[in-house]
Design a protein around this ligand. Structure first.
Ligand code: UN1
Length: 497
């Protein structure tokens, strides 16, 4: 077992005040990999004090200087990419090539947000009086709280932390209890990049630690990614304290395949979007909505490709599908296999725990046929390598089935017909739409997020991300040096009332 993984508060690595700890295990080998500080509200409060103090100087640091620290962080992450990726695979199971992609997203985001240090555009507009100037500028908010999941342990936190930092806020980060070690390694990157003490604080723990962060009135923004049930609870608590909240929650993403689709491209995209990251992406494809004519050929191709996938420990380069993150996830995904069977779905491949693996929380890549749109397996987020095939007659029906779920993150259509593609762009009601590409692989320079049960109208990534972590300040400068005519009129009117 490694040393204790500690909190990072006010520029120091510290144990929880209570001395409490918990352990984490490698989901592929079931070996204990870390002993971790378990934080309580007292630790969160200490982090808030440190963050408040550091905020005073950080907000006054010119944004281009803040950006230089993010560039340095990008360089350090590039140097440590392999070590961070390996730690990620050990902690949460995604295969090593995907772990490298996860770290790369954070590198890209650090360069992008570093650049915002020299943009962060506001605007000016004409004003009503001579000798007067008006502008709208972005201001920092203060102390912000980030709560992040285990499935993208570096990428998703970077989508929150980097825009928060470039805007001049100080940050308290509560990562998932399944990925504390890689989170601590990510924080170390910023320490080594020269981020001042107290600007970024890490508090490790489970749901109660996150709840303490949400309840602390000094934390003015909460940015959360995770399950819809937890997210809505966070939203209600934070709303009662008047906080700004950004939520990224569940998905039930679909790929639509029309009869004229390129079969080879569609097969490849569906396989990786459904079974990549063991289906544990909020953007994963969990529904295939396929037109009648192409269905038999596409199903055959998917069975063949699905059967050939190599499941195992993600540190081995040839492995394509790793384990689920923990025993609880394995129980949940297994319970959906029972639900699917009861509902009348037919497993073409998989359908249960992968018993070929000697240890670990492995579930077989699973394809269900005979699924109808209202079955629970076609409506609820499973978060595992499970794809449901739903047959439709037309483009219109495919779009209707796609839209008729409680979530709205990502959707995709495979067609060679430009009219069908543009109709899909218009009518698919998800925050992200792909044409002839799987439902995963969003790039960091565009808004990321979804409609309905997926979010609360906020978006991450791109310049849009700044909206979560800044306040608009409207500024009027009167340089006439005297009362102006219209000003006198305004005063007279106000006086008369
Ligand atoms: C997530 O699953 O929480 O588009 C994020 C994608 C990745 C990010 C997914 N860039 O699939």
């Amino acid at each position: 077992m490694s040393d204790l993984v500690r909190n990072y508060i006010g520029g120091a690595w510290v144990e929880a005040q209570s001395g409490d700890t918990f352990t984490t295990i490698n989901p592929a080998t079931e070996e204990v990999i870390a002993n971790v500080a378990r934080s309580s509200a007292a630790d969160v409060d200490a982090a808030v004090s440190a963050a408040k103090q550091a905020y005073n100087n950080w907000r006054l640091t010119p944004a281009p200087r803040r950006g230089e620290i993010l560039y340095r962080a990008a360089q350090i992450m590039t140097e440590r990419k392999e070590a961070l990726s390996q730690l990620m695979t050990q902690e949460m199971g995604k295969v090593i090539s995907e772990a490298r992609g996860d770290v790369q997203e954070a590198i890209d985001m650090a360069y992008f947000m570093g650049g915002e240090g020299r943009r962060m555009h506001g605007y000016t507009a004409p004003v009503e009086l001579p000798n007067k100037f008006g502008m709208a500028i972005r201001d920092s908010v203060g102390v912000v709280g980030l709560i992040t999941p285990w499935n993208f342990p570096i990428a998703v936190p970077s989508w929150k932390m980097l825009p928060a930092l470039i805007c001049g806020n100080s940050v308290i980060w509560k990562p998932s209890e399944d990925t504390p070690a890689v989170s601590a390694a990510f924080v170390q990157v910023f320490v080594d990049a020269g981020l001042p003490a107290g600007v970024l604080n890490l508090v490790l723990g489970a749901g109660d630690t996150g709840a303490a962060l949400v309840k602390n009135p000094q934390v003015r923004v909460i940015s959360f990614t995770g399950s819809t049930a937890t997210g809505l609870g966070v939203y209600a608590q934070a709303a009662a304290l008047g906080k700004k909240v950004s939520l990224e929650m569940g998905g039930k993403n679909a790929i639509l395949v029309m009869d004229d689709a390129n079969l080879e491209l569609a097969t490849q995209a569906i396989t990786w979007s459904a079974f990549g990251t063991t289906g544990q992406r909020c953007t994963a494809t969990s529904r295939l909505i396929v037109q009648k004519g192409i269905k038999p050929r596409l199903t055959e191709a998917l069975i063949e490709k699905g059967r050939a996938l190599k499941v195992g420990y993600g540190l081995q380069e040839e492995v394509q599908v790793g384990p689920l993150v923990n025993a609880k996830a394995l129980d949940k995904v297994s319970s959906y296999a029972q639900i699917g069977a009861q509902e009348g779905a037919r497993a073409l491949i998989g359908g249960g725990r992968d018993t070929d693996q000697p240890r670990g929380f492995f579930f077989q890549p699973t394809l269900y046929d005979s699924v109808t749109p209202n079955m629970r397996i076609a409506q609820e987020e499973i978060f595992g390598p499970v794809l449901s095939i739903i047959e439709v007659a037309s483009l219109e029906e495919a779009i209707e089935v796609n839209n008729n779920v409680a979530y709205g993150l990502s959707s995709s259509i495979f067609t060679e017909n430009v009219n069908a593609a543009f109709r899909a762009i218009r009518d698919l009601t998800t925050g992200i739409v792909y044409i002839n590409h799987g439902t995963t692989g969003a790039e960091i320079q565009f808004p990321f997020g979804g409609t309905r049960g997926t979010g609360n109208g906020m978006r991450e990534a791109g310049q849009t991300a700044l909206d979560s972590f800044s306040e608009w300040k409207s500024v009027y400068v009167d340089y006439s040096g005297r009362l102006q005519r219209a000003q006198i009129d305004t005063d007279a009117i106000l006086g008369a009332n």
